[in-house]
Design a protein around this ligand. Structure first.
Ligand code: GLA
Length: 779
């Protein structure tokens, strides 16, 4: 809802108000962003400037005066007295950098305001939008500040549209999607940073005077810094305290800045990175920024995550997949890498369906002469040596088995060793006269060229039209260098135009094949952002499938993105990325908090392990709603080695406890459950996970009736078929007890083992299912 008792504007969501007003001088003063107010008189929120301060500049218009540098603003310009970090830098039609946008008129509309060039949040509910048109009267430039309030998810989106109505051109060097001024500097900044195979680790930075910048410059939103950030008061924890989350619906170079002014005011902004950016607007041309997403809570990070999760599930992911059960995947990559043929794939698919898998994904290596990563990107001919009967035939065989079929593409890339490069070297991004730098032996296709866009669309369609495909993995495996396009009038347009044309291709594919589920990927989580999620409902989170690493990666992402977007696979151990040997149970217990898949060659598993996987998949399917769409909560960590996650849907709650390092003689532990009805009885059961004999090493000899070499042939043979049960937990307790913590059976303590002892050890974990006992309301 949006109210406009001029000069005030109030945006309202279920729990929040966002309020600003038009100053007598014409700028917009930001007044409030927080829990709903009962106040009717907003004068109380004005910045009470009663006397100028020292070296401040006085802004005057129509007989009114203000000190812009001391006023919280909705959006600012340059050169009129606000010396804080500016959200814009525009070379105006008069050739100066001075801009002075003042209120002209506004309009309130039902629904969202569609963007002509970029994805924006979609209205699955009644939403209202506000357009405030600001104008620079001297230079004839108009700026629309667009606000939409999403009531149920407690989020507000903002973006900016600039129109040049002057006869002279202007040049945009920086234009943020939004700016927010807070009247306190007492916040910490939380960011989600990393690199390949260590994406989205949470970092906390304390703030002081000056400017802090988070950005990407690789051409993608990047695994270095996610565009989503959080500002939180110092005492904020998972379930208490004030925090403001900010994200961006954009997949290219992004920029977030926090500036603390000499008067202890905090300004935060986000948008397209001004790095190498320059955009000319001629008369009547328009520039649209990506959409920024904001939310607030005073109930801690988990509540903020809930707002973002609801927002993404309802308004970002493609409508046909929102709240739709996502299939359990088997992906061929870590099973075979490039080394497969039709019979290997069919064998793998047969094993997969026996275990309960629903979607078989053929990853890289099915086209051209691609036997390694040195060739064939850009070519769409089927590799007949590996697939002599073609893809269509393979897809039919897979479908006939009862599986869905998915295919990997890397549409934005070209190898110099390819037919496409032979015929169209000019399609690759490179600067005439300079040797372009390679990444993973490949170059980037110049998406700024319309011929390239048409080529990609045509080639993709030639495959999708002839092969029955239910799912696409859309990969992008290198950063962009040597930025130049022959088709651009300014090279400063390169990065943004690339993304605009990428969205154009994705939109075309999405519209042409709405039933095809797209999972986006960029060497794992190099493009985990709301822009890509507008086209692909889920993202390959990281090439790192080690569950101990995934705890950090998936947890970081969970602050901003729902579990339905986090694609997570169980792979073999020791892990291809870390050499860490982890139990199969932990691999599942982490991967199930997301969209579950398997990425391994079943031939390397014992019959007992395959039996475990069959049970895992059946359990996941039985609780799929909980894992994919339940409300996820992180428990406050007592130490770095004990992590607890919980997810709840309807009345079912699943809690997983992970132990990354065992303590000798550990303290007694409890199972705490959040967000539970205190006066209801619940049944608590642990998921039956069995342990391989080898996990006990030589200790197993104590439990054996006869003496056997624990590393010998006989024990290894037994180990293939036999696993040991872990302690069984099956208790009934009230929500109140669970809230305080249910006392758990002892962990293995070094002296004694029986089947009541919980065996966890390093990298161990246990998952508990909590369901109400029918008729168990004890109130
Ligand atoms: C990237 C992806 C992997 C796999 C390979 C194939 O690294 O992240 O999952 O698809 O490419 O080359």
């Amino acid at each position: 809802m949006i109210y406009d008792p001029y000069p005030y504007f109030k945006l309202e969501t279920k729990d929040l108000h966002y309020i600003f007003r038009v100053l007598p001088t014409g700028q917009l003063e930001h007044l409030y962003f927080g829990k709903k107010l009962i106040d009717q008189n907003f004068e109380v929120l004005h910045q009470k400037i009663t006397a100028g301060a020292g070296s401040q500049i006085e802004y005057e218009r129509n007989g009114h005066k203000t000190l812009l540098d001391l006023t919280p603003l909705e959006y600012s310009g340059i050169g009129k007295g606000d010396f804080r970090l500016s959200p814009i830098e525009i070379k105006m039609p008069d050739g100066t950098y001075v801009s002075d946008f003042i209120y002209h008129h506004h309009e309130i509309q039902q629904g969202v305001i569609e963007s002509k060039s970029l994805p924006v949040a979609k209205p699955h509910e009644d939403v209202t939008s506000l357009i405030i048109t600001m104008i620079d009267e001297i230079c004839h430039v108009e700026m629309d500040l667009i606000y939409t309030s999403f009531v149920d998810s407690n989020t507000i989106t903002r973006r900016v549209v600039l129109r040049n109505i002057d006869t002279r051109p202007l040049i945009i060097k920086k234009m943020m999607s939004m700016m927010l001024d807070l009247d306190s500097k007492d916040y910490d900044l939380y960011t989600f940073d990393g690199g390949w195979i260590k994406e989205a680790h949470k970092h906390k930075r304390s703030l002081s005077y000056g400017t802090y910048i988070i950005e990407s410059t690789t051409g993608a939103s990047s695994n270095r810094h996610n565009p989503g950030i959080i500002l939180a008061k110092h005492d904020t924890k998972e379930d208490q305290g004030v925090c403001i989350g900010i994200n961006l619906v954009y997949s290219g170079n992004h920029y977030e800045a926090v500036h603390i002014s000499n008067h202890d005011m905090l300004r935060v902004m986000n948008g397209i990175n001004p790095h190498c950016f320059e955009w000319e607007l001629k008369e009547n041309e328009v520039f649209e920024t990506p959409e920024a997403v904001l939310s607030y809570t005073d109930q801690g990070f988990n509540q903020l995550s809930k707002h973002f999760h609801d927002f993404v599930n309802q308004h970002i992911t493609p409508r046909q997949f929102s709240h739709v059960a996502r299939p359990v995947v088997l992906n061929s990559w870590e099973a075979f890498y490039f080394n497969f043929n039709q019979s290997k794939l069919i064998k793998l698919a047969k094993q997969a369906i026996e275990l309960g898998v629903e979607l078989f994904v053929l990853d890289d290596g099915w086209f051209g002469h691609r036997d390694d990563d040195t060739s064939s990107l850009g070519d769409y001919t089927i590799n007949k040596r590996k697939l002599p009967f073609g893809l269509s035939h393979l897809s039919k065989r897979i479908h006939n088995m009862g599986l869905k079929f998915g295919l990997w593409f890397e549409p934005e890339m070209i190898n110099p060793k390819s037919e496409l490069y032979k015929n169209h070297p000019e399609y690759a991004v490179s600067i005439p006269g300079r040797t372009p730098s390679l990444g993973r032996n490949q170059l980037v296709l110049d998406l700024c060229q319309s011929d390239v866009v048409s080529y990609i669309k045509k080639q993709l369609k030639s495959i999708i039209d002839t092969v029955e495909i239910d799912y696409i993995k859309w990969d992008m495996n290198r950063h962009i260098t040597d930025m130049y396009s022959r088709s651009l009038r300014h090279q400063g347009m390169f990065f943004h135009q690339y993304i605009l044309n990428l969205y154009d291709i994705l939109l075309d594919i999405q519209r042409s094949y709405p039933h095809v589920l797209i999972e986006t990927c960029s060497s794992g989580g190099n493009r985990f952002d709301l822009g890509m999620l507008s086209f692909g409902a889920q993202v390959w989170t990281s090439d790192d499938t080690d569950p101990i690493e995934r705890l950090k990666i998936q947890e970081g992402l969970s602050y901003l993105y729902p579990l339905s977007t986090i694609s997570a696979h169980v792979s073999l151990a020791p892990h291809a990325q870390t050499l860490r040997d982890t139990p199969l149970s932990t691999r599942f217990n982490v991967a199930s908090f997301g969209v579950l898949g398997y990425e391994l060659n079943f031939d390397y598993l014992s019959p007992a392990e395959k039996g475990e996987i069959k049970k895992q998949i059946a359990f996941y399917k039985a609780h799929r709603d909980v894992f994919q769409y339940g409300q996820f909560k992180r428990h406050e960590k007592e130490d770095d080695h004990h992590i607890t996650w919980q997810v709840k849907h309807d009345q079912t709650c699943i809690v997983a406890q992970y132990q990354t390092l065992a303590n000798a003689s550990p303290a007694f532990e409890k199972l705490e459950v959040k967000d539970i009805d205190m006066d209801q009885l619940y049944r608590v059961e642990n998921v039956n996970q069995r342990l391989p004999l080898k996990r006990f090493g030589h200790l197993i000899s104590h439990a054996l009736p006869i003496k056997l070499n624990t590393n010998g042939f006989i024990m290894r043979q037994i180990g293939k078929y036999k696993m040991l049960d872990n302690a069984k937990i099956d208790e009934v307790a009230s929500g109140r007890i669970l809230h305080q913590g249910l006392k758990l059976k002892q962990q293995f303590m070094g002296t004694y083992y029986n089947d009541q002892t919980r065996i966890i050890g390093d990298f161990g974990s246990m998952m508990y299912v909590i369901k109400p006992v029918s008729g168990g309301d004890v109130s």
